[in-house]
Design a protein. Structure first.
Length: 90
């Protein structure tokens, strides 16, 4: 056995490592899951508040806002949308 040569076992091991792994467990999609709304005691949608208080782990500072993110897309992530978010304290 020379150090410059591969044995059959090491070649097979390398081939096995480079092959993609097949996952056969169950995968769910949006059409496979039903999200049921929870019963509420609210009389009107106007009673709902979307504001949340977020506390940052390392600084300990907190921020109260409506947690909405704009997607980085042509028609959504525009300056007009940023201004609309800013007017709503987002």
């Amino acid at each position: 056995f020379f150090s410059g040569f591969e044995t059959r076992g090491t070649r097979r091991q390398k081939e096995k490592e480079s092959m993609p792994r097949i996952e056969d467990d169950v995968k769910l999609d949006f059409k496979d899951v039903l999200i049921r709304p929870k019963r509420s005691t609210l009389k009107s949608r106007s009673e709902v508040s979307l504001e949340r208080t977020l506390t940052f782990k390392w600084s300990g500072r907190s921020l109260t806002c409506v947690p909405i993110l704009a997607a980085n897309m042509d028609t959504v992530g525009t300056f007009e949308m940023a201004k609309a978010f800013a007017s709503e304290k987002c």
